[in-house]
Design a protein around this ligand. Structure first.
Ligand SMILES: C[S@@+](CC[C@H](N)C(=O)[O-])C[C@H]1O[C@@H](n2cnc3c(N)ncnc32)[C@H](O)[C@@H]1O
Length: 250
């Protein structure tokens, strides 16, 4: 787990991967813009971003918050997160915590809580999220589909990774959230990542990016060799990247 968390710390690599994902995605709309179509961010003032990373979600948000707090176990994200959050809010705070854990803030303090591609690391945080959320507030979750592994699972068994993703996925997220929130909506974000022959270097980098995730199951170099061979033979490879946005309210 330590290694997976570390793998998000290299911001320039993370940004490079974001560009690869953007370029090779079939869905050309940024998922954060989809969230902005659903939520009027101007109505919210105190934001808590859980598993915030360097602040990818914040990048897309308007300015005008009173307070933004980011929580992440990896404090290498702190300065990048704070410099972004300070542009968006009057006051910003980063807290290094290994979630799930109690967050030392009053009940109902936040009117917006976000967890983007991170809730599967700490699904046992939901009771605390519920405590921290204002009764008129909103909890936004972006998560992966458990089918994202299927292409790789034609060749390899990703048991550990499957267990992690299925802790909170596009498929089971609704039922999990309904145990804590009265109102839960969801929005599909259909997408595919398509690598063509000319994208073999991008495929290698993408597998490097996922290596901390997959190495408990399979040696990432073996995955790389196999998938590059497939790409050469088939001329293209496509990966399921169907994500889901959940909007939960007390
Ligand atoms: C896939 S990244 C997503 C980062 C950011 N939300 C984004 O969408 O780019 C997951 C983040 O959760 C953090 N994380 C993973 N497990 C954690 C835990 N148990 N407690 C706190 N943070 C954790 C990682 O350090 C990483 O920054």
């Amino acid at each position: 787990m330590e290694k997976i968390i570390k793998s998000y710390a290299d911001q320039s690599f993370h940004k490079k991967i974001s560009l690869i994902i953007k370029k090779l995605s079939k869905n050309k709309e940024d998922i954060r813009n989809e969230v902005k179509k659903i939520i009027d961010f101007k109505l919210y003032h105190r934001l808590l971003d859980l598993g915030c990373g360097y602040g990818w979600f914040l990048e897309a948000l308007p300015e005008g918050f009173d307070f933004i707090m980011g929580v992440d176990y990896n404090d290498e994200n702190e300065s990048a997160f704070l410099s972004l959050a300070q542009k968006k809010a009057k006051k910003a705070l980063f807290k290094k915590l290994f979630l799930p854990s109690k967050i030392d803030m009053p009940s109902c303090y936040f009117d917006m809580i976000v967890s983007a591609y991170s809730l599967y690391f700490f699904p046992d945080m939901l009771q605390e999220i519920k405590r921290l959320l204002d009764p008129k507030g909103v909890f936004i979750v972006i998560t992966h589909s458990s089918h994202m592994l299927e292409e790789g699972e034609r060749f390899f068994k990703f048991d550990n990774l499957r267990k992690l993703i299925e802790s909170f996925s596009a498929e089971n997220g609704y039922n999990i959230l309904k145990q804590y929130f009265d109102h839960v909506e969801y929005y599909d974000y259909p997408n595919e990542l398509i690598f063509h022959e000319k994208d073999s270097h991008a495929l290698e980098q993408y597998i490097d990016f996922k290596s901390a995730f997959i190495e408990q199951d399979v040696d990432p170099e073996t995955v790389k060799v196999k998938l590059l061979k497939e790409l050469k033979e088939k001329k293209f490879l496509s990966f399921n990247k169907n994500d889901k946005i959940f909007i939960a309210r007390p």
